[in-house]
Design a protein around this ligand. Structure first.
Ligand code: PEP
Length: 249
């Protein structure tokens, strides 16, 4: 059976005091014991996260990494640097990166490859816009996004990744995909991977992301192909995120 993973994406939010308060609460709630929990903090706070969580079962990661390992790329953070901050994970291709910062499918493939080369677990984010869903293109879009990554790293390396299905229309909108809508896409993602390697499809964690709340988590995480969630807004609220994690246990 696949272990569930609940991931917090804090995006560009928080300050030292908020980070400290959230982390203390997560430690007190002993998150990470019964399901995997990962905190995706802004890069500047990663040393604070690492220092606070290092003796715990909670993991952490970067929200993005450069498509290069080092050099003259002002403002970028490499997978090597994330690794040095003790990160176990990195997000790749979050829809905000794709829409606002030019992360194409091909760039996501390269970022996945570099993250893997440094021993990080890439959480590859995929998902369609509302317009694409309404045009019945959801699976074409999602498969294309995954294909670019598989072309770059190979199907066997995908076993060392996590996939996050995040419909763009659900991210930060308060509109959550229904459990059936999420399950349908997750099952299709797993089928797509299985066409190439059944053992990878069986093992890979596929998270749902998009306005997950304490009220919607349990039913979503109860679907057979939903292996947890990537949580944005609700992960900045201590008791709500703790409840979401308990829903996955
Ligand atoms: C996200 O940023 O990955 C996300 C799912 O955000 P939210 O939960 O706020 O929709």
């Amino acid at each position: 059976m696949r272990r569930k993973l609940v991931a917090a994406n804090w995006k560009m939010n928080g300050d030292t005091a908020l980070v400290s308060g959230l982390l203390s609460g997560f430690l007190e709630a002993e998150l990470g014991a019964k399901c995997d929990v990962a905190i995706f903090a802004p890069t500047i706070f990663l040393p604070q996260v690492a220092a606070t969580l290092k003796e715990s079962k909670i993991r952490w990661g970067g929200q993005n990494s450069a498509a290069y390992l080092k050099g003259a790329y002002t403002g970028e953070t490499s997978s090597v640097m994330l690794k040095e901050c003790g990160c176990q994970y990195v997000l790749v291709g979050h829809s905000e990166r794709r829409a606002l910062f030019g992360d194409t499918n091909e760039i996501c493939g390269v970022k996945t490859e570099l993250a893997l080369s440094e021993g990080l677990i890439p959480v590859v984010c995929v998902g369609e816009t509302l317009e694409q869903r309404e045009a019945n293109q959801t699976m074409d879009i999602v498969r294309e996004q995954l294909r670019a990554v598989i072309d770059q790293v190979g199907i066997d390396a995908l076993a060392s990744c996590v996939i996050a299905y995040e419909p763009v229309w659900a991210i930060g909108t308060g509109v959550t995909a229904s459990p059936d809508q999420a399950q349908a896409v997750h099952a299709d993602i797993r089928a797509y991977v299985a066409e190439q390697r059944a053992s990878v499809a069986e093992k890979i964690q596929i998270l749902y992301g998009g306005s997950v709340t304490a009220g919607t988590a349990q039913e979503l995480f109860g679907m057979p192909d939903v292996d947890g969630g990537l949580v944005g807004g609700a992960s900045l609220k201590l008791s709500e995120f703790v409840t979401i994690c308990h829903s996955a246990e």
